[in-house]
Design a protein around this ligand. Structure first.
Ligand code: KG4
Ligand code: ZN
Length: 334
C-alpha cells in the first residue's frame, strides 16, 4: 500500500511517500526556519502563507523522488491537529482536494501519534507496547503506546513544552532560533553543575512536567547578574539549564515505564535530537535493562514520513475521514 502523507502543522511544509507503513520512498521537508528566525519564533500568519506557496512543489517533489505518480497512490494521510490552525488548514485542504480528485481515501493523522510512529520506520523490530517521551516545541508528553492504535497519556506539561523552554532560554541568552540546537552547542563549553536550576514534578504521581519555572529561573538569574553588573558565563547557564531539563525528562520517562511494567521505551519529537538527553536515557535504559528506540534527527523533527507511518496504522484501524475533515488546533491524544 502506498500512502502520500502531508504535514503542515507548524513551520515545516512536508510530504512523503511510504510503502506498507515503514518503507520511505521519499521524505521532502521544506523548512521555514530561516524566515521565522528573524522574529525569534514562528509567526503563524507567515507560516500559513509559506505553506500555501510551497505545498504543491513539496508534493510534486515527494512523488517524483519516490518515482511514482498520483495513480500509484492508494491513500492520502494528513496531519489535522494539533498545531497552528492556519498552517494545518493548508495541508488538510490540499489532502482533501487530492482525495476528492483522485477518489482515494483520506486518513486523518494526529501529529503526536506521527512523532511516536517515527520509531517504527528505522526500527521495524520495535513494536508496542512501550512508553514514549514526546518532547517538541509544542508538546511534552509521556505516552503508553499499548498497541499501534491505543495510546494512553501518562504525563504532560502543565505549561511550556520542553522545546519551547529551550527556545525561550536561547532567546534570552542571545543564541537565536531554534533554541534547542543552539543551547546544546553552547552547553558543550559549559559546566552542567555550575548552577542548580529547579526541577519540578507536577500532578498526582509527580510525572507531569512544568518548564515555565526553570525558564523563569534562568531569566531571573540573567537579570540579577545584569543588575549587579556581573558578567554571566553563557555556556554554564546553557549547560545547567539543559541539565535540569534532561534530568526531569529522563527521570519521568523511566518512572512512568517502571510504573507501567513496560521494559521498552522510546523518544520522539524535536527535543529527542538532544544529544545529552539521548545519552542520559541510553544510560538509564541500559542500567534498568530496557529496550530503547529513538529516531534519527531527521525523523525527530516535523516530517511527513512519520505521518505516513501513523496513517498506515490508522487506516488498518478503519480511520478514514470525509471531505468535511477540519483542522483542529488542540486535539487530545485519547
Ligand atoms: O518536533 P519539532 O520539529 O516541532 C514541533 O512539533 O514542535 O520540534 C521543534 C522543537 C524546537 O523547540 C527546537 O528548539 C527543539 O525541538 N529542538 C531541540 C533540539 N533540536 C530541536 N531541543 C533540544 N535539543 C536539540 N538538539
Ligand atoms: Zn512536531
Amino acid at each position: 500500500m502506498k500512502i502520500l502523507a502531508i504535514e503542515s502543522s507548524c513551520d515545516e511544509t512536508a510530504a512523503a511517500v511510504l510503502e506498507n507503513g515503514t518503507t520511505v520512498l521519499s521524505n521532502i521537508i521544506n523548512t521555514q526556519i530561516d524566515t521565522h528566525k528573524r522574529y525569534g519564533g514562528v509567526v503563524p500568519e507567515i507560516a500559513s502563507r509559506m505553506h500555501i506557496e510551497n505545498i504543491n512543489k513539496v508534493i510534486d517533489t515527494a512523488l517524483s523522488e519516490a518515482k511514482v505518480t498520483f495513480d500509484d497512490i492508494d491513500a492520502i494521510a494528513v496531519t489535522y491537529g494539533p498545531g497552528l490552525v492556519g498552517a494545518l488548514l493548508v495541508g488538510v485542504s490540499a489532502a482533501k482536494g487530492l482525495s476528492y480528485a483522485l477518489n482515494k481515501p483520506l486518513i486523518p493523522v494526529h501529529h503526536i501519534k506521527g512523532h511516536i510512529c517515527a520509531n517504527y520506520i528505522e526500527n521495524p523490530d520495535f513494536k508496542p507496547p512501550f512508553v514514549c517521551l514526546v518532547a517538541s516545541g509544542g508538546h511534552s508528553h509521556i505516552v503508553h503506546v499499548k498497541d499501534y492504535n491505543t495510546y494512553e497519556v501518562l504525563a504532560k506539561t502543565c505549561d511550556d513544552a520542553a522545546g519551547e523552554a529551550f527556545d525561550k532560554v536561547s532567546r534570552v541568552l542571545g543564541l537565536g532560533y531554534p533554541g534547542g540546537p543552539a543551547v546544546q552547542t553552547e552547553a558543550e563549553k559549559g559546566n552542567p553543575e555550575a548552577i542548580r536550576f529547579p526541577r519540578v514534578n507536577m500532578g498526582e504521581d509527580g510525572f507531569d512536567f512544568s518548564f515555565s519555572g526553570v525558564k523563569t529561573a534562568v531569566i531571573n538569574y540573567i537579570h540579577n547578574a545584569e543588575q549587579k553588573g556581573i558578567e554571566i558565563n553563557k555556556a554554564d547557564v546553557a549547560a545547567s539549564f539543559q541539565e535540569a531539563v534532561v534530568d526531569v525528562l529522563s527521570s519521568h520517562l523511566m518512572d512512568c515505564a517502571i510504573k507501567c511494567g513496560v521494559k521498552k521505551i522510546a523518544l520522539a519529537g524535536g527535543v529527542a535530537s538532544n544529544k545529552p538527553l539521548r545519552e542520559r536515557i541510553e544510560e538509564k535504559a541500559k542500567k534498568n535493562g530496557f529496550e530503547l528506540s529513538f529516531p534519527s534527527p531527521i525523523l525527530c523533527t516535523d516530517n511527513a514520513a512519520m505521518i505516513g507511518c501513523a496513517g498506515y496504522y490508522a487506516y488498518q484501524n478503519g480511520e478514514v475521514a470525509g471531505l468535511d475533515l477540519n483542522a483542529v488546533a488542540s486535539l487530545p491524544l485519547n
